[in-house]
Design a protein around this ligand. Structure first.
Ligand SMILES: [Zn+2]
Length: 311
């Protein structure tokens, strides 16, 4: 009897220990901040309940021009890891936040600073010397790389590896989550590719150069942009040229990011018999688009409809 009582006591002690330990491991959740919602969505996929993650930019904001709210300073001060898009996408708003946070862990070159562009295929890399002269906001190559599922896969793996490095006790958990994400992404990708197959080679115009990776993946031909250069608002002369080009090439679909004024796109559409499609470049651009999968679901459905209606 004493033996059993002893065993029970032992069990109870173990239980208390495990409760304390699990409480501790909960408190030990990695605190992850990301520049954009897409990176937050990918981090959430691989980080699961071992991380807390929040994006600074909202999904409906232009990621080049985010208002740097001081409330994010406190959050950045507490962060273990900061994941950024890189390629100067955030140069107009993030560097002062990082500096002012006073958090040594997330300063560039520190272990808690992760530039996700290193994992992705980058298009439109400049061949000559780089400068932001003329206001081009893509001086280091196109920073909208997350819009190719292959890059989403690579970035997720890069984040999973970083989480494993920072929290080795949960390394297997992050790797497992990453494998599971890859599998679900592979299945979704087959479906997206099939849906887009009939439209391969279709010509489109976009407002900003947000879509080269998306276009490459799905075989679309982007023949012009409403912005004369990335980050430069439309001019009357450029708009007239674009309308002439669209008529010549019979381009009917105009893809516009949700944060741009629709006045110029609408006038181009009426001048060409075209259709304006407000496509989301980021998770959270609409409230139902809550993860990386729903982003492609949403955009592909809209695009198919626009192609079908403008044959
Ligand atoms: Zn851009």
């Amino acid at each position: 009897m004493d033996f059993f009582r002893h065993k029970l006591r032992l069990l109870a002690a173990l239980l208390v220990c495990s409760v304390i330990l699990s409480g501790e491991s909960q408190a030990k959740k990695l605190n992850v901040m990301t520049a954009t919602t897409d990176l937050a969505a990918l981090a959430q996929e691989v980080g699961g309940d071992k991380i807390d993650v929040e994006s600074i930019a909202k999904g409906y904001q232009d990621p080049h021009f985010v208002e740097a709210k001081p409330s994010f300073l406190l959050k950045l001060r507490r962060a273990d890891l900061l994941v950024v898009v890189g390629l100067d996408l955030e140069i107009g708003w993030l560097p002062p936040l990082i500096t002012q946070s006073g958090n040594p862990k997330i300063q560039p070159a520190s272990v808690g600073y992760l530039d996700a562009s290193q994992f992705a295929e980058i298009l439109e890399k400049p061949s000559g010397p780089v400068s932001r002269a003329m206001g081009d906001v893509h001086p280091l190559g196109n920073p909208h790389y997350w819009l190719d599922p292959e890059n989403g896969r690579r970035v997720a793996k890069g984040i999973a590896n970083k989480l494993a490095e920072m929290d080795p006790a949960d390394a297997a958990y992050f790797q497992q989550r990453d494998q599971d994400f890859e599998k679900r992404l592979g299945d979704a990708e087959k479906n997206w590719d099939n849906q887009m197959k009939p439209y391969r080679g279709r010509k489109v115009v976009t407002y900003h150069k947000s879509w080269p990776n998306f276009a490459k993946h799905f075989g679309l031909d982007v023949v012009g942009y409403i912005e004369p250069r990335p980050g430069i608002p439309p001019t009357p002369s450029h708009t007239i040229e674009l309308i002439q080009q669209m008529k010549r090439d019979n381009v009917k679909v105009i893809m516009v990011e949700p944060y741009f004024d629709l006045k110029t796109p609408n006038s181009i559409a009426s001048g060409t018999g075209g259709r304006v499609v407000v496509m989301l470049p980021s998770v959270g651009g609409e409230k139902d688009v809550t993860d990386y999968f729903k982003l492609f679901d949403y955009d592909i459905a809209l695009l198919k409809k626009a192609f079908d209606e403008t044959k």
